[in-house]
Design a protein around this ligand. Sequence first.
Ligand code: ZN
Length: 131
Amino acid sequence: MQSWGVYDDIFCAGKESTFSFLQDVLNEVLPLFPSKIVHIGGDEAPKTNWQNCPNCQKRIRNLNIKGDDKHKAEHYLQSYFVQRMEKYLNAKGKTLLGWDEILEGGLAPNAWVMSWRGEAGGIEAAKSAIM
Ligand SMILES: [Zn+2]
């Protein structure tokens, strides 16, 4: 890749090897930083490949994820992805932080949100924390 930007190539949410790879990365990175909070990003994740990937579509079927008038099934798949990583981080005593795109499809239960697209994401995150 010779230029920066947002690309359709994102981690496959349908393969277990994706999660074990990311957990391995966290296992190496976490001891380097004393902070309790870990920013995972979570933005710039176009759903194009997930819509066409048989593994991601299989995961959507197995989890019985359905799209609705608010979000596509792939947005809920991202929520599953982030929640799974959050569980891993929580088990390590860390708190997950992400950009407000992680709100789409439902926020992970203990996650913190940086709302870079305006105050609406902050309000939504605060409301979901109260509930
Ligand atoms: Zn996939």
